[in-house]
Design a protein around this ligand. Structure first.
Ligand code: UDX
Length: 441
């Protein structure tokens, strides 16, 4: 089938490469020429395990093309996926300007009947708006059906998720479009849920809101654990054994980041607010997350006093391991707060330094050598659970640091192994916190 994907961002690229891999003729269009040139040479602008080999292979066998030319992209497509960004505006709502531009462009350039499938996360009602925009501008003899098809890919595991997702949601009331989409996805062998457009749009927001709330929930429990001397890992395992709760997304830490949860939770709160329907639980989850990101610096101050002039190693910059993405990363909050305190910061990350440098500049030092980051430091803060950090021999903290004090925001080490070294170690929701002893005072 002739497939066009609008947007060579994260979702667009993974969708393009994976659809080409299963035999479709895919054209991916983006307005950024440098990005398209890079992709056309087989290189990926984002770090995603397994993506570049898929791009290279499908470019070589001409299943996949990149272009900035809308006529080439849209005129003879059987199906068009919209995968452009919906960034956060100043008030937290989703900015739909790229969606509008794409809808206008599609209407202008199509020359045959087509299904338009929205993968971008958009507020309820947006797909109906896309349908209106296209209907009012397309050639009158052509039929266009807009389908909501939200995406649930995780960064770092996106290729795996594409081929082995938990479900595919198809939102349309049009029986032919629903049948077409079902047939399109059949070979992936993933359960398909057919529903209407608004339900599909809402499913995406509700899924992200629920997962974000689950993380804030476990972080709140972790903070209580610290005060009562309990261990969040035991507690999370214990509650997760209940099938109604489950084990996923119960890892306590320094809060969620990334391109989806922070943006989509705020958009849903904003969207509800516009309808005079406050989403108080999600507002609380967002606030908890904000506070959680600030806990490492608070703990650092409680442990060593003033951070002014202190030499601090920040281990990890990416919002999670296996990505170079630093959007809404807790590490950036930590950097900001450490700089406000007057600390001298050196950050380690295996791949996220270029993206961080674009935001933070040279206000901190950077190194891809973890030992160098720790050299002569007064304190280390762990912000990302990279394997390189988890597998670091613990004696390195003793040999390299001036004072072996480690504030671990990701619970990278077992208490048993770290307990064998004279390291002051504060993790999230596990015993070892000074406050724990004060509970009966
Ligand atoms: C998320 C959703 O999982 C995905 O379905 C959606 O399409 C996009 O948003 P992603 O942002 O790539 O995916 O990362 P994810 O693995 O979900 O983690 C998000 C954040 O939550 C990370 O900062 C991670 O460190 C944090 N997290 C996750 C926790 O702190 N604890 C957990 O138990 C799980």
């Amino acid at each position: 089938m002739k497939v066009t994907v609008a947007g060579a961002g994260y979702v667009g690229l993974v969708t393009s490469a994976c659809l080409a891999e299963i035999g479709h003729q895919v054209t991916c269009i983006d307005i950024q020429k440098e990005k398209i040139d890079l992709l056309q040479s087989g290189r990926s602008p984002i770090h995603e395990p397994g993506l570049e080999p898929l791009l290279e292979k499908n470019l070589r066998n001409e299943q996949l093309h990149f272009t900035t030319n809308p006529h080439r992209a849209y005129s003879d497509a059987d199906i068009i996926f919209i995968a452009v960004g919906t960034p956060e505006t100043r008030d937290g709502s989703a900015d739909l300007k790229y969606i509008h531009v794409v809808a206008h462009t599609i209407a202008h350039y199509i020359e045959q009947d087509v299904i338009v499938c929205t993968k971008s996360t958009v507020p309820v009602g947006t797909n109906e708006l896309i349908q209106q925009i296209i209907d009012s501008r397309k050639p009158p003899n052509l039929q266009v059906e807009v389908v909501a098809n939200p995406e649930f890919l995780r960064e770092g595991a996106a290729i795996l998720d594409f081929f082995h997702g938990d479900r595919i949601v198809i939102g349309t009331r049009h029986p032919e479009a629903a049948a077409f989409m079902e047939q399109f996805y059949l070979q992936l062998n993933i359960p398909i849920m057919k529903t209407d457009i608004r339900n599909a749009e809402m499913i995406k927001y509700a899924a992200n809101a629920f997962l974000a709330t689950k993380i804030s929930f476990i972080n709140e429990v972790a903070n209580i654990c610290e005060h009562v001397g309990a261990n969040i890992e035991e507690v999370a395992y214990g509650i997760g054994q209940d099938k109604r709760i489950g084990h996923h997304f119960l890892k306590a830490g320094i809060g969620y980041g990334g391109s989806c949860f922070p943006k989509d939770t705020k958009a849903l709160v904003q969207f509800g607010g516009n309808l005079k329907q406050r989403y108080e639980l999600l507002e609380a989850a967002i606030n908890v997350n904000k506070r959680q990101q600030s806990l490492p610096v608070k703990k650092a101050k409680e442990t060593v006093g003033s951070l002014h002039g202190k030499k601090i190693a920040l281990l990890g910059l990416a919002f999670k391991a296996d990505t170079d993405d630093v959007r809404e990363s807790a590490a950036l909050t930590i950097v900001k707060e450490l700089l406000e305190e007057g600390a001298d910061v050196t950050a380690y990350d295996p791949i996220a330094i270029p993206n961080t440098r674009r935001i933070v500049g040279n206000a901190i030092g950077y190194t891809e050598d973890i030992r160098q980051a720790l050299q002569d430091t007064d304190l280390a803060i762990i912000a990302t659970d990279w394997d390189q950090i988890k597998h670091l021999p613990l004696e390195v903290y003793l040999t390299k640091m001036k004072n072996p004090i480690v504030i671990d925001g990701r619970n990278c080490y077992s208490l048993q192994s770290i307990g064998q070294y004279p390291i002051t170690y504060l993790s999230v929701g596990r015993p070892g916190h000074p406050n724990a002893n004060n509970m009966f005072e």
